[in-house]
Design a protein around this ligand. Structure first.
Ligand code: NAD
Length: 327
């Protein structure tokens, strides 16, 4: 059988597993997954699928086998999450940039189409820093404040810029995707994502802890809607573009999210405001409002998200522990 082969870096992660299930269901492609399981757990069903080759290895160390040929590459491997990135401080830049460069070289060598999963963190913004005069302070060179989250966001942005510039001199077909707050079953509860934390706290009766005043807004998007968009872009003829993916109809403040989860789980938990820097130190940063415009994606590929925020919360309340995993 001569099936075409897809490479997925970080493919045992939260998003990767949904992506592979979609590829297995909707195409006849074979899939090679390279993942070191640093922030995920093995899905035996995917790993043992006849059309899947699972390689447990750090993508940085992985040697591309001779005669291997991929026609599509999804690059998902990365340190992830507001808490998950903290242990990589000072190294995230190196990790993200080197891996993006490596995956781009493979794509160029094989003529494969590459999707680089970037992040909405590239938009940065810290309202405290507005209207300040320029100073020689290193903290003011790059707005906003220097945190581990900024190192992550800037590295993802630099990856996008590198791909753009590489594509000028080399035959690189690529697109970048900037996901906004993706949620769904089996997200790693240890990486600091808000939805799994609220759910775990609500189910156990512990206080639901809001970082800051809870007025910050997010746009939660179900992981199935995200992978639909990623897949549509990959399967299209489009190259050299950047797309936001997030469901703008699902904008909600963190306070409202806490209240909805509490109600949906019939929880008696209190809702408490906490200062996350007291929990994680000064290098932790909480993002401000994150609301995408997705007109470009809708126009390009006709993407249409199916999951409302209420449907997502209902699913979380029904599936309960299946929404939470630990490594
Ligand atoms: N979840 C979100 O809301 C969100 C938002 C924006 C961007 N992203 C991006 O989406 C991608 C996937 O994130 P996710 O939410 O599925 O997180 P995840 O932690 O569940 O998945 C990342 C996967 O990459 C693997 N990995 C990490 N470093 C590796 C390395 N050096 N070599 C091999 N494998 C490695 C991990 O083991 C994990 O399986 C990441 O690039 C992330 O930056 C996620």
């Amino acid at each position: 059988m001569n099936r075409e082969k897809v490479l997925v870096t970080g493919g045992m992660g939260f998003i990767g597993k949904f992506l592979e299930r979609k590829i297995l269901n909707e195409t006849d492609y074979n899939i090679t997954i390279v993942d070191n399981l640093s922030s995920s757990v093995l899905d035996e069903k995917i790993a043992n699928d006849k059309r899947v080759q699972f390689i447990e290895e750090d993508f940085s160390e992985w040697a591309l086998p001779d005669n291997e040929k991929y026609f599509q590459i999804y690059h998902l491997a990365s340190p992830v999450g507001p808490v998950g990135v903290l242990k990589y401080k000072g190294k995230i830049g190196k990790i993200i940039i080197e891996q993006t460069y490596k995956v781009a070289e493979i794509a160029i060598k094989m003529g494969a189409k590459l999707i680089d999963i970037s992040t909405s963190e590239v938009y940065g913004k810290n309202p405290d820093d507005e209207n300040e005069g320029q100073r020689e302070d290193i903290n003011k060179v790059v707005p906003p404040n220097i945190t581990v989250r900024l190192e992550y966001g800037v590295s993802k942005l630099l990856s996008e810029i590198m791909l753009k510039n590489l594509s000028i001199d080399f035959p690189l077909k690529y697109n970048c995707i900037r996901p906004f707050n993706i949620i769904g079953p089996s997200q790693n509860d240890e990486l600091g994502f808000v939805m799994p934390r609220f759910l775990r706290q609500a189910l156990s009766g512990e206080p639901i802890t809001i970082y800051g005043d809870g007025k910050q807004k997010r746009t939660f998007t179900h992981v199935e809607d995200l992978v639909d968009g990623i897949f549509m872009v990959m399967e299209s003829d489009i190259t050299g573009e950047i797309f936001n993916i997030g469901n703008p109809r699902n904008v909600i403040s963190i306070r409202e999210l806490a209240e909805k989860i509490k109600e949906a789980t019939n929880s008696y938990s209190e809702i408490n405001l906490v200062n996350p820097k007291k929990l994680f130190g000064d290098e932790f940063a909480e993002a401000w409002n994150k609301i995408p415009n997705v007109d470009k994606l809708v126009k390009a590929v006709g993407w249409k998200p199916n999951w409302s925020i209420d449907d997502i919360i209902s699913e979380a309340a029904i599936l309960k522990q299946r929404y939470l995993i630990k490594t």
